[in-house]
Design a protein around this ligand. Structure first.
Ligand code: PRX
Length: 663
């Protein structure tokens, strides 16, 4: 530990509350505490404030239609276009200002700036091209793209013509792409030939083709962005494939009138992991989602048009949708995009970018912060980070030590930190301090945002006392909420509402949303999110279903049974531990271990790669035959085990413990 860290720990260790810096408060978009009271008194009309941030082609007539819970509708009767809201309306005042500052991973190529004018032009051209390919309103267009400007361009082009997009994270496997395209009945794909990762040009074209080969229906068109140029892996275009640049060139100067979409029309689908093996297609709408993304960007991230705002997430996840693309662009600011990883070519890459572009906000994940902490302060210390005004975190709980490190070494004790709790399904932030208003408590996300009704309850739905662990519930609907799961209203009700609602009731007060997180609340109403309570892991802030991983493992030749649990991990938060029983005649050896790891990477992607594969002749089971996952978790974490005598096979425990410990 360096002297500096020792000093920090000594000084900050005891401090558990931090006031927003006065300089920040003076200029904050929201600085008046009365907003909490005001929203409560004036609910749901308070949400007009979010809708007012947008331009509507047709004014809505009702803020909330709650006549058919939990199928809520927001801003009904209203019409708008998301692309026009993110581009056209800024042209007059901000046309020459940067909309996107893109930084590629290689340091020897030119970064790209798109002004609002330029972004508007290219979105129009690509929208025209998509239309000519036959993409119509409500056709789902899948994007399987890395962090290149063509991704937000394609998203906005779709929004312009009323075609919902479904972005699949480029790090996901070919198989994951196929499942998502099939599930969304998507016949169009925009992809790239590759991207750079730690200096290597990755072959994404090949992976795309593998995925397409598994799609059961016909995919009519595939658009390929040539990201690699001379580093391409030598693929010729196949039938049905076209280069993005040719399509755009063919439509040079074309303009497309933005389609007026009903507020409740789908803007996009985003697949996320659930408790079963099948990913869930979360449906977000145009009016409610965009209002939510814009409002939270303004109130929580304190975004102003003149900012250079930097979120280091990938657009393939919801954070990138809401807080790289839609929220910031709706507010007319400059949003940054970075293609690579924070440690390439050196561990100061993010700080170099912040310094060069004079970024005003940084929004990142606790996993990244824990890695920065481990790498040491010399990397940020080498750079001038004084342009930063606000810091944010998202995706997983942040431990107070990492919070304080971030506060001191990145924010120089002069930036508020917003620890934002939300999910793919909520569309945007739900629980966090308002940075210009509320005291910050490291380790606690804070109170729910104004107008958001979150409670911590027990299994009966009764609110628990302060300090006690319970389940987080949302007791009132909100504009950014998912509307349903694609083509599966029943699963929507079952997954999110059944637990705490009276599902026979038509009274919205009887309906409670359950995000499947555990949490506790303190006497000041601050919420500490403890983590998932379902069979979903959170690895580096990414949601992975244990069932998905287990089914990938069971698909490997020679595997009879598998159980996957999360074990604590210093950087990633959680890591995948796989306990595997082999079929007779197969050895649990190195070769088998590699095939299992490969099987998981093929089915899901490298993010789901098991940290440990433990071969065992049996899994610990209760007398009724249920796998004791809690016990497997304790083993993974090297924890003291409680009473195991109720197991059907207590002897197996010691055997597994030895294997995990000795690995
Ligand atoms: O468990 C919570 C955790 O991430 C889950 C949502 O994951 P996903 O839909 O992939 O969205 C991630 C980006 C919003 C939640 O159910 N989570 C998210 N933010 C926090 C968090 N856990 C603790 N603190 C947070 N700030």
């Amino acid at each position: 530990m360096s002297d500096d860290t020792v000093e920090l720990e000594a000084r900050l260790a005891e401090q558990d509350a931090f006031e927003p810096p006065a300089e920040f408060v003076e200029q904050a978009n929201v600085a008046d505490e009365s907003i909490y009271e005001e929203f409560e008194q004036n609910w749901p009309e308070c949400w007009e404030r979010a809708a007012d941030l947008l331009d509507w082609d047709e004014e809505y007539d009702t803020v909330l239609d709650d006549s058919n819970p939990p199928f809520y509708e927001w801003f009904t009767g209203g019409e708008l276009n998301a692309s026009a809201n993110c581009l056209d309306r800024h042209l007059e005042e901000r046309g020459d200002e940067p909309a996107i500052e893109w930084v590629g991973e290689p340091t020897d190529e030119d970064d790209r700036t798109y002004t609002y004018e330029e972004l508007h032009r290219e979105v129009n051209e690509f929208a025209a091209a998509l239309r000519d390919l036959g993409v119509g309103e409500d056709d789902v267009v899948t994007m399987y793209m890395p962090m290149i400007p063509e991704l937000p361009i394609a998203m906005l082009a779709c929004a312009r013509i009323g075609a919902p997009h479904s972005v699949v994270f480029a790090g996901f496997s070919a198989e994951a792409l196929a499942t998502r395209m099939e599930s969304a009945d998507s016949e169009y794909l925009v992809t790239a030939n590759g991207y750079y990762r730690r200096g290597d040009p990755l072959d994404h074209h090949e992976k795309t083709r593998e995925g397409l080969a598994d799609v059961g229906h016909e995919v009519s068109d595939v658009v390929v962005v040539d990201r690699l140029g001379e580093d391409d892996h030598g693929h010729e275009l196949a039938d049905g494939e076209r280069y993005y640049r040719d399509l755009v060139a063919d439509h040079e100067g074309a303009t497309v009138e933005p389609v007026a979409r009903d507020a409740e029309d789908m803007l996009f689908l985003m697949y996320t992991s659930g408790t079963t093996g099948k990913p869930k297609g979360v449906k977000h709408t145009t009016g409610g989602y965009l209002s939510w993304a814009a409002w939270t960007s303004q109130a929580v991230l304190d975004i102003k048009p003149e900012d250079t705002y930097f979120c280091s997430a990938d657009i393939g996840w919801i954070t990138g949708h809401s807080y790289i693309v839609y929220g910031p662009l709706a507010l007319g600011t400059t949003t940054m995009m970075y293609e690579g990883t924070p440690d390439y070519p050196e561990r100061d890459r993010l700080w170099e970018i912040v310094e060069e572009y004079e970024a005003t906000q940084l929004y990142t994940a606790p996993t990244a912060i824990r890695a920065f902490m481990k790498w040491g302060t010399e990397y940020p210390d080498d750079h001038d980070l004084s342009s930063l005004r606000l810091l944010g975190t998202v995706g997983e709980p942040i431990n107070p030590r990492a919070w304080k490190w971030y506060y001191k070494h990145i924010g120089d004790e002069s930036c508020p930190i917003v620890d934002t709790w939300w999910q793919t399904e909520t569309g945007g932030m739900m629980v966090t301090t308002l940075p210009g208003v509320k005291t910050m408590k490291p380790g606690s996300a804070g109170p729910p945002l104004p107008g958001v009704d979150v409670r911590i309850v027990d299994t009966e739905g009764e609110e628990v006392e302060a300090g006690r662990a319970g389940y987080l519930t949302v007791n009132k609907p909100w504009p950014g909420m998912l509307r349903t799961l694609y083509d599966n209203d029943e699963r929507y009700v079952d997954e999110y509402w059944a637990e705490y609602s009276d599902t026979d009731s038509e009274d919205p007060d009887d309906w409670v949303y359950f995000p499947e997180d555990g949490a506790k609340i303190d006497d000041d109403g601050y919420i500490t999110v403890l983590g998932r309570v379902d069979d979903v892991l959170n690895v580096s802030g990414h949601r992975l279903g244990t069932m998905e991983i287990e089914s990938a493992i069971v698909g490997v030749e020679g595997v009879a049974e598998a159980a996957v649990v999360g074990g604590d991990h210093e950087i990633k938060g959680e890591a995948v531990y796989a306990y595997v029983i082999t079929e007779d005649g197969y050895e649990g050896d190195e070769e088998m271990r590699s095939r299992i790891v490969e099987g998981v990477e093929d089915a899901i992607g490298p993010i789901a790669r098991p940290e440990q594969v433990v071969f065992t002749p049996e899994l610990p089971k209760t007398r009724s035959g249920k796998i004791m996952r809690r016990l497997l978790e304790d083993i993974a974490n090297g924890e003291e085990l409680g009473n195991t005598s109720t197991l059907r096979n207590p002897d197996v425990v010691e055997d597994i413990q030895t294997k995990v410990g000795g690995d």
